[in-house]
Design a protein. Structure first.
Length: 119
């Protein structure tokens, strides 16, 4: 279905959310595995800026998708997906950084799969 929409030149909100969700998940994996181990401050700074841009776009499109879902419980779930990265950055500490990273990655993948499957 995604391929059919792209052939016609139409990209809908769900597809954009899935794309930015995958980019956000991949960017936090790359950061945990490679970027934060570098000693180059410019690379780390540029990476952090790009991750924050993906976070904003992910949360924005999740928030917009919450208005398209007809069921109230699914709206609440989409709003939770929209705010989960923001909550993660508010409550994290560096002692349990790996645990918080896994939670964030799990919620991003879960939200992308939910939107891909539901819509």
């Amino acid at each position: 279905m995604l391929l059919l929409k792209q052939i016609r030149g139409v990209m809908v909100l769900e597809d954009i959310f899935v794309i930015f969700g995958c980019l956000f998940a991949l960017s936090i994996i790359v950061g945990q595995l490679w970027i934060f181990r570098l000693k180059n401050q410019i690379v780390v700074s540029n990476y952090t800026t790009s991750v924050s841009a993906f976070l904003i776009l992910y949360s924005l499109f999740a928030f917009l998708l919450a208005f398209r879902v007809p069921n109230i419980s699914l709206k609440i779930l989409m709003l939770f997906f929209a705010t989960s990265p923001l909550i993660y950055y508010k409550i994290r500490n560096y002692k349990y950084e790996r645990v918080y990273f896994l939670f964030q990655f799990f919620f991003i993948i879960l939200s992308v799969l939910f939107v891909f499957w539901y819509f």
